[in-house]
Ligand binder design. Sequence first.
Ligand code: ITT
Length: 223
Amino acid sequence: MKEFFIATRNQHKAQEIMAVLGGEFGCRTLRDCASAPEVEEDADSFAGNARKKAAALASWLEKNPRAADRKGGKGGRGLAEVYVLADDSGLEVDVLNGAPGVYSARFAAMDSGAKGNSTDAENNAKLLRLLATVPAEKRTARFRCVMVLIRLGQRETGPVVFDGVCEGMIGFEPRGKGGFGYDPLFMPVGHAVSFAELGAEVKNTMSHRAKALEKLKQYLAGI
Ligand code: ITT
């Protein structure tokens, strides 16, 4: 079985990734590895940040191989069957020239200069405030996801990059209880309800993340 080490501390993201990948893969996250390094997400693109997250975890796992091997290194398969997968993603709103973009997780905190990510409620409130006078037809937006895959022990093949986009509109108020982040405000094309109302099962058939993961699964099936 291929083992994935998902370079995220966002449990919602991790759950979506695991649900789309399905049971044929083993998955762990940074939560299973408390001493893995924090990564400063200071690149100006999703791909740049995803590369940083993947490379940092891959380097750490190569220096700490026991963390990557479920069998503790005894008779295990070593690092060759272990993949690091990083996801950097966010929301691009057309009328805001693509913001929040790479700043999606810390959109509200950018105003106060506070360190770290903002809460989903703070980010959604800021987005609604900025769009307060924007009519429905100008509220077009998309979620974008870039994933970077590194196969440990086979670094010469280099990182492989997959992306996915989901087009939609920003609503006028948060709706629904599912998902995370901007899901209560995002209505995917063809739907008059938000991702948070549609729920995980439907979201995972059409989201930016699901589209990137479908490409990743095809890649894995071909190697
Ligand atoms: P990691 O870096 O640990 O993976 P993070 O939440 O900080 O976790 P990102 O830096 O990629 O992840 O920021 C992504 C942000 O974009 C996330 O916090 C949400 O605000 C938003 N976002 C991304 N995908 C989303 C989705 O499927 N639904 C709603 N919001 C999403």
